[in-house]
Design a protein around this ligand. Structure first.
Ligand SMILES: Cc1cc2nc3c(=O)[nH]c(=O)nc-3n(C[C@H](O)[C@H](O)[C@H](O)COP(=O)(O)OP(=O)(O)OC[C@H]3O[C@@H](n4cnc5c(N)ncnc54)[C@H](O)[C@@H]3O)c2cc1C
Length: 441
């Protein structure tokens, strides 16, 4: 039976994915702040359906939960290496980029030590009483003065595929959750980002059996690399985010569109691995070609074929030929990305929030939502401000910095020193106020 607890919190976290975990890890050194992060899963696991054998991180391991603002915190990646007795072997392995499995293990190691994470506790409902938030979880009810929303994203399924979602048409995030057998099947992957690449490589290496054919469709003009150049990385710095926050909304949209490949491209390492695997199979071993790379194509229609083993008919538009093409598949994997959810537990609070014309939160530079009760109670959100704070928002790169900003705003003091030294790039030059240009009239 659900109980009403008399636990009163200064901060309740909704969800304990990596982003709220970072806030929780930094708060663990501030015992006067009564915080608890509620997580629906029974144990920590990081995007379990996509923890594939060959999948690597896109970000460096030093961009962990805490190091960028508090390297001496016990939950740094370095601390994880030392405490797990693998520091020297990690160095000898010379990993410039670690596996997602290892980062997930680090996150789980942290989550299960932190006293302020409560698993098996889906938040079902949150109500604002005028003074505090009444939080209904599967484990009972709690009172909290402030909230930090960290619910992550949900799979984006193209409309044309929605009626066919099944064991044979599914989102990429499901691939590792069920037993798969692609033996003798025509497999088609839709989506040319990192998840599509990871699944293509695993399928090519017969991770799920030897398919009859393997097609990889991408809307992009080619299988495009993640832009990881030195100056590009400046987009993932506090200096840039602070400058970005104050830009005009239209300029922000343009910047985000321009920067797509700085976060959504495929790592050079994955591309080379795929290219080499293809070369080995089809140019060295001289296998008859059973794969097809199909860039520049957008999925527009999906239909079930007729007959018991007819599979699916996919219509795509080829941006080069400007023609429609049809392809057949038995298994369709939608590596089509993720979108922001509207969490059901917030249904009571949503009417109190200031949302923009696209129903997105409006947030100040400290990731604090603008809303009716803001004068007395704060609501923060992580991974919800791509439009306001820029492309680093959905990435791990600045999570520790963002968490520190949130905590500083929560406690109304600089618990973390976030002042920066001179930046590499001068994004905006502050000029003295200009004289208005005089009119010729
Ligand atoms: C496969 C994959 C690989 C990625 N790799 C990288 C990378 O290498 N580098 C990088 O910078 N970024 C990467 N990202 C992007 C980003 O870093 C991750 O998506 C990250 O997990 C986002 O963290 P989060 O905490 O916002 O969300 P999530 O990890 O989705 O966590 C949200 C949590 O909230 C819980 N929850 C939701 N609703 C409730 C509720 N009502 N009550 C209780 N709990 C709830 C969920 O169970 C979940 O555990 C990757 C994304 C994916 C999908």
């Amino acid at each position: 039976m659900k109980q009403t607890t008399d636990v009163e919190l200064d901060l309740a976290g909704v969800g304990a994915g990596p982003f709220n975990l970072s806030v929780a890890a930094l708060l663990s050194e501030m015992p006067t702040v009564r915080a608890r992060f509620f997580e629906s899963r029974e144990a920590f696991v990081w995007h379990p359906g996509l923890l594939l054998d060959t999948a690597n991180m896109q970000t460096m391991f030093l961009k962990d939960l805490v190091s960028a603002v508090r390297p001496e915190n016990p939950y740094s990646f370095l601390s994880y290496l030392v405490k797990n007795k693998k520091f020297y072997r990690f160095l000898s392995a010379e990993l410039s980029c670690i596996s997602r499995q290892e980062f997930s293990d680090y996150l789980a190691w942290t989550a299960h030590q932190l006293p302020n994470i409560q698993f098996n506790s889906e938040i079902e409902h949150i109500e604002f009483t005028g003074d505090h938030f009444a939080i209904q979880t599967q484990q009972g009810q709690y009172r909290a003065k402030n909230l930090c929303l960290g619910v992550g994203k949900v799979p984006l399924i193209p409309d044309c595929a929605k009626p066919y979602i099944s064991q044979r048409v599914f989102h990429a995030s499901e691939i590792g959750l069920k037993d798969q057998d692609f033996t003798g099947k025509r497999v088609m992957i839709i989506g040319g980002g990192q998840s599509g690449a990871d699944i293509f490589l695993n399928a090519l290496q017969n991770q799920w059996g030897q398919p009859k054919s393997l097609d990889w469709v991408s809307r992009r003009a080619n299988y495009q690399p993640l832009d990881e150049a030195a100056f590009t990385n400046e987009y993932f710095t506090p200096d840039y985010v602070e400058a970005f926050y104050h830009l005009d909304a239209q300029v922000k949209r343009h910047e985000i569109a321009q920067q797509k490949l700085t976060s959504d491209g495929i790592t050079q390492q994955s591309l080379l691995e795929i290219y080499r695997a293809l070369y080995h199979r089809f140019d060295v071993l001289k296998e008859e070609k059973w794969i097809r790379l199909l860039p520049h194509r957008t999925l527009t229609q999906l239909r079930q074929g007729t007959g018991s083993d007819a599979g699916y008919q996919l219509t795509v538009t080829n941006a080069l030929s400007q023609q429609q093409e049809t392809h057949a598949a038995d298994v369709v994997i939608l590596a089509t990305g993720f979108v922001a959810p509207t969490p059901a537990c917030l249904s009571d609070i949503l009417p109190l929030l200031d949302l923009d014309e696209n129903n997105r939160y409006t947030m100040d530079s400290n990731f604090e939502l603008q809303w009716e009760g803001q004068a007395t109670n704060k609501i923060f959100a992580v991974n919800a401000g791509l439009h306001s704070h820029g492309i680093a928002e959905p990435q791990l790169s600045l999570m520790a910095w963002r968490s520190a900003k949130i905590i500083n705003a929560l406690v109304s003091r600089d618990a973390f020193d976030l002042s920066t030294h001179q930046g590499m790039i001068e994004w905006l030059t502050h000029q003295p106020a200009m004289e208005p240009v005089s009119s010729p009239l």
